[in-house]
Design a protein around this ligand. Structure first.
Ligand SMILES: [Zn+2]
Length: 91
């Protein structure tokens, strides 16, 4: 289920987020690249399961932070994010 115009995400610098089964977009008309990216996450959740997705996602993020990565570096280092960015680039 898609929810657009979620302005409360903006202060957190989040353009979109999957809170399964919802996809929240900050903008009223999100860019097609962002839509494609979020749909990769939906596919990942359907493939791996909701719990595994969110647990692995958070563990990899905090592992990156513990290694001294910035928020953005740790975010981009998450395997689900790498897959989503690589997949979006391939389309
Ligand atoms: Zn993502």
């Amino acid at each position: 289920m898609v929810i657009k115009n979620c302005k409360f995400l903006k202060p957190f610098h989040i353009n979109a987020i999957v809170l399964y089964p919802f996809i929240l977009y900050c903008d009223r008309q999100p860019h097609s690249d962002i839509i494609a990216h979020e749909h990769v996450h939906i596919d990942q959740i359907k493939r791996d399961g909701v719990l595994k997705f969110y647990i692995k996602y958070l563990l990899e993020y905090f592992a990156g932070r513990r290694k001294g990565m910035s928020h953005y570096q740790a975010y981009r280092n998450i395997s689900y994010e790498q897959e989503a960015y690589n997949s979006a680039r391939a389309t």
